[in-house]
Design a protein around this ligand. Sequence first.
Ligand SMILES: [Zn+2]
Length: 263
Amino acid sequence: MADLKRCVVCDSADLIALASIKEVPIHCNVLSDTKEAALGAAKAPLELVFCKNCGHIYNADFDPGLMAYHGHYENALHYSPHFQRYADSVADRLITRYNVHKGTIIEIGSGGGEFLDLMCRKGQNTGIGFDPSQADAPETAQFDNVSIVPDFFSGKYADTKGDFVVSRHVLEHIEYPRDFAKLILGAAKSDLTRFYIEVPNGAYTLATDMIWDLIYEHCSYFTQESLIRLLESTGYAVIEAGNSYDGQFLYAEAEVARPKAVG
Ligand SMILES: [Zn+2]
């Protein structure tokens, strides 16, 4: 059993071993050119632990040095009409609820920018997406009013600020999600900036025996409790949180937490 370390969300040592899988492919979203290349894909162990303190599940044996999000990485869902309807409804809801018009939207982990384009077209916004997998993507989609930075979002881009900040299906790939949540918070242009965070629903994966969703790329499996805990302990105030896409996803809409009044 791997060193269980401490919970990556709440730092608790109150962890229990949940599942151990000796070998899984390191990249399940990288397309191989040949059958031999696919069969020879590098593998690594999954040692899932459950935090009794905050409900988070993560791979205690995760090695981020094994990951490579390059041009052969392909996990887009937007070719599915069912997914397109979902993305459309999320974009409509966010734009209406938070009046996201004629502003700057930042998406961290934007892929080719399909969702960002939706948000920009519907609200006459300008979009900036960050995604290292676009560095040598064979067909980078081009959208009006959307630019894609083919790189990880990092402190290097601290000057890039948005009126609305989106991060969908990224946090579950990050070894230390607390640091990343704080980094995303820094993309707020003002107190009026709102955030939309979406991740797979780890509790749904377990409740429905979707073992094919236990993948090396996902070092974290959020539950609603652990997602809220992560955000509220890193400077966000959660406006609303829930599940979507028939329970498969978790989302949180948040803003920058205001300092509590004294006295
Ligand atoms: Zn925890």
